[in-house]
Structures are given as C-alpha cells and as structure tokens.
Design a protein around this ligand. Structure first.
Ligand code: FAD
Length: 487
C-alpha cells in the first residue's frame, strides 16, 4: 500500500469510476472529497444512470417516478452533498391514501402517528378498510416475526415473501391489498417471487423505526435533481468527467491469462503483482488508474470483470431484470386531489401528481405519473393500449378524470429497471471486494442489504470508494463523507 503526496494533482492517486449512475457519482464524490484524483466514465451521453428525465412538448417527464424513505440515510447524504436536498424534501409524516378501483370512493390511509414503533402504525391499520376485520386481526402474526427477524439469517433468501406470509396466517387478500403495496414499491418484485431477505429488510425497518416510512420525492426533473448538481460539484472539485465513454476492458495482471473475457484487454506488466489492475481501456485508448471502481449494472459488470475475480460471473449473467413502466397523463384540469396515492384492485399501483416536476402550470391542468412495478405482463404492450388502460384506471380512482381532457400522454418503459431479486438470488449479490487488490464493485445490485434502490446505489458507491481510498493509503475518508452513512 502506498501513501501519496497530495500537494500535486499529478501525484495524487487516480481512481477511475466506470458508470455515472448514483453508485458511480457517489463513489466519485466521496473519493474526490478525500483527496484522490478522479475520472468518471459513462457510456451514455448523459449521467444519472437509471434516474433520468426527458422533455416532450415543453414538459419534463422522468424515466420513472422515484421516491425515497426517511430511513434512506445514504441517499439523503448524496442529496445533501450535491446541494439538492431542498429539491426532494420528505413530505411530512407518512400519510398514503389507498383507493379501491373496484369500489368508487373507498379510501383508507396508511399513516403513522407520533407513537413508539410499532404502535405508530396501529391506528391506521385498525382503520384500514381494504382487508377484512379477520385479516386485520391476523396482521400481527406476520408483522411480529418480521420485526424480530435476523436479517443475517441465510435461510431468508431460500423463500419468498408470499411463502413466509402465508405460513404466518396472511390470506391472499391481505397479501394483495396490504403487504404487496409496500413490497412492490420497494423491491420491484412480486411477493410471490421476491426473496424474503430483501423484503424483510424493508418491513423490519418500517415496523421498528417510527419515522422510517416517511416518503420524499423530487420537485424537479431527475436530471436536475441528480446528474446536473453532481456533475457541477465533481467538475468544480477537479474531477475528469467523460461521457460517451464505454469502457471496453479493465487492464491488469490477471492470474491466468487463458481465462480472459472475450473483450478483456488484460495484459501483463512486470511492475505490478498478480491480480492488480492498472487502467481501463475505452475507445481505443488506455487510461491509467491506481484503483478502479466498476459501478455499472450487473450484466455490464459481468462483461468487464476479469474472469479470475472472486465474483461469480456465471451466476450474475443468469440474474434477470424486473421492468418498471410509467404512464404519464396530462389533463387539462386537476383530477387527483392528492400528491401521491396507491391503488388496490387495479394494475395502477401508484399515482403521483408530477405537475411541479413536469413544469406544467397548475392553473392549466395536472400531470400524473402512473407507476407500475414488476411490469412484466405490460411492458411489451403498445403505448396506445397502455395509455387507454391506465387512463381508464385513473378514471375509476378519480372520477373527475372522466370529464377532463387528456391533452398529452407518453409511456416510459425501463425494461432493465432493476435486478430481479427472487428467492435464492439475494445470496448471489457480490460484495465490493473482487479479489483484485485495487478493483472494487459498486451498484445498487451489490450486497448492501437493501433492495435495488437509490439507497443501495449510494451506499454501494460509498463502500467501494472507502475501500479504494483505504487501499491507496488515505486514512480519513469516513470523516470527510459524514457520520452515520458509511457501512
Ligand atoms: C423506472 C424506475 C423507477 C425506480 N424507482 C425507484 C424508486 O422509487 N426508489 C428507489 O430508491 N429506486 C428506484 N429505482 C431504482 C434506482 O433507480 C436504481 O437502483 C439506481 O438508480 C441504480 O443506480 P446504479 O448507479 O447502481 O446503476 P445505474 O443507474 O444502472 O448506473 C450504471 C451506469 O453505468 C453505465 N455503464 C454501464 N456499462 C458501462 C461501461 N462499460 N462503460 C461506461 N459506463 C457504463 C450505464 O450507462 C449507467 O449510467 C427505479 C428504477 C427505475 C428504472
């Protein structure tokens, strides 16, 4: 391990971050904060990864509605560090209207009170009208073991959330109209398939921490919330930011030259020990690096990593994606009286009022985003069919929409929205360590303990940066990053 003189930029150790999503941006910011020289390479013409926005007819739409919970301390560190906290505030105490598309006007609220957990949710559960009284009485049989669950128990990954809930007296109706609302929005995998390991992380946190479920989301398009301020901060701090730079290979001394990835330009260098990387290759040129952080998604990482890392590349390549679609509907008048609403008995899982972030003048109408997680059965539909279906669902939920004029509509589809963490796959999520002493992994899909979320992305970036900085001889990374954030 080498210590470096940090007085001269050229002598500073150089960390190359591959991927400009939230994991890569977080890794880059914490690395440059600690005093490293940083280059971020992003294959697309834009940064922000899965969080991005586009404009259409003078309005802005997000690739998909993004929310965070108050328990997401890593993500809030990120917002704070890039000076964007005020653009995505928490919206007070959890108070989520849940409407029934099958029964007009039927509404209940999932809200929390200022009481000690789990009593903070008791009142709202007692009044919750979308499950029967008998099912309500049995919720405690599901909630108590979730609260007491040992999240390190390897057996959790061997079962699905639905299997666990059924074993604990939860009916199919209670799973669909209560547990699934929270599960789908946080894991993007249906209860029938999701690994209990990730679902339990969410439910245990929400049930045991009073304010954990308070929700926040952006007042502005995601590009303005994440990539714009993050890139401003990075370039102001002296980072090199390269877009349209697809990294084709990681250059280093592999242990076995016969087992290279097809595109891996690994080559030997007598000055470096085995299992050390010393650069990356993109667009025909090489960039030297003292440490490399791969912050791509899992499939891209599987292609980039040298074959003799400790990461099980074959398993990664078998992991699937779970899609998310958003149907953006612009009405000529306000049709939804809430900022956010969830639905039961409807394919429209969540509806958001995106008037503010879209830039629409609220006097001229309302912009809604209908967000559909685990959208496997709908992602391939033609846009017109999706718009027709979800417009009619919105009309069932908010009858005012029937008389309103739909002035514009567009669908955003993220086929590879998140890695699909089904039972038996959470254990396949690798750690940040690769077995190469100066090559680290980041990405929401790595083993942060969280579902594949913005929180997981940021925590993974901070973890990888911390390891890279430690390897390079930096001693004070955690103080510079902030307390309570680093894992
Ligand atoms: C529609 C949608 C809705 C979502 N809703 C929520 C939500 O409400 N709350 C929440 O917390 N999370 C949500 N998520 C999940 C969250 O957005 C992601 O988990 C997180 O943003 C992933 O960040 P990341 O940096 O790990 O990966 P990514 O964002 O995938 O970033 C990886 C980057 O690496 C780049 N890259 C890949 N290969 C290379 C290469 N060879 N060279 C250079 N660059 C490369 C890619 O172009 C990409 O920009 C949602 C995701 C989607 C798609």
């Amino acid at each position: 391990m080498t210590s470096y003189n940090r007085n001269s930029d050229a002598q500073k150790p150089h960390i190359v971050v591959i991927g400009g999503g939230l994991a890569g941006l977080s890794a880059a910011i914490s690395s440059i904060d600690a005093g490293a020289r940083v280059t971020v390479m992003e294959k697309r013409p834009r940064f922000g990864g899965a969080t991005w926005s586009f404009d259409r007819n003078s309005l802005f739409f997000d690739s998909g509605q993004h929310v965070y919970l108050a328990c997401c301390t890593g993500y809030q560190w990120f917002l704070d560090r890039i000076g964007a906290s005020h653009l995505a505030p928490l919206r007070g105490k959890l108070n989520l209207p849940v409407l029934d598309a099958a029964v007009s006007g039927k509404i209940s609220f999932l809200r929390r009170r200022d009481l000690k957990a789990p009593l903070h949710l008791a009142d709202s559960v007692l009044k919750y009208s979308h499950i029967t009284a008998a099912d309500k009485a049995k919720l405690v049989f599901g909630a108590l073991p979730l609260m007491r669950m040992d999240l390190n128990d390897k057996k959790l990954d061997k079962q699905t959330l639905a299997e666990f809930l059924r074993r604990h007296k939860q009916s199919d109706a209670a799973i669909a109209n209560f547990w699934e609302i929270i599960n789908l929005a946080t894991t993007n995998v249906r209860a029938e398939e999701v690994s209990l390991a990730v679902a339990a992380k969410v439910f245990k946190t929400l049930l045991t921490e009073k304010g954990a479920g308070d929700i926040g989301w952006s007042l502005v398009p995601l590009n303005d919330l994440h990539s714009k301020p993050a890139l401003e901060l990075l370039s102001h701090s002296g980072a090199t930011i390269i877009k349209r730079a697809r990294v084709m290979g990681i250059i280093g001394n592999t242990e076995s030259t016969s087992e290279k990835n097809p595109g891996d330009p690994s080559r030997s260098h007598p000055d470096y020990p085995a299992k050390t990387v010393f650069g990356v290759s993109a667009d025909g040129s090489d960039i030297r690096a003292d440490a490399v952080i791969v912050a791509t998604d899992h499939m891209d990482a599987a292609e980039l990593l040298p074959k003799d890392t400790e990461v099980n590349i074959d398993s990664l390549q078998k992991l699937q994606y779970s899609p998310i679609i958003n149907i953006h509907l612009v009405f000529d008048t306000k049709v939804m009286p809430f900022e956010i609403a969830a639905a039961v008995n409807s394919p429209a899982q969540f509806v958001f009022d995106t008037t503010s972030s879209s830039g629409l003048n609220p006097k001229t109408g309302q912009c809604l985003a209908v967000s559909v997680s685990a959208a496997d059965s709908h992602v391939g539909w033609p846009s017109k069919d999706l718009i027709d279906l979800y417009q009619s669902e919105v009309e069932k939920l908010f009858p005012k929409a029937k008389s309103a004029k739909l002035t514009d509509a567009v669908v955003s589809r993220e086929v590879k929205a998140t890695m699909k963490v089904t039972a038996e796959t959470n254990a396949l999520r690798p750690s940040a360590v690769t077995g190469y002493q100066n090559l680290f992994l980041a990405g929401a899909w790595t083993d942060t303990g969280w579902p594949i979320t913005m929180e997981s992305a940021v925590l993974s970036g901070l973890k990888a940066s911390k390891l890279a900085l430690k390897h390079l001889g930096f001693k004070k990374s955690s103080e510079q990053i902030g307390e309570g954030v680093l894992i």
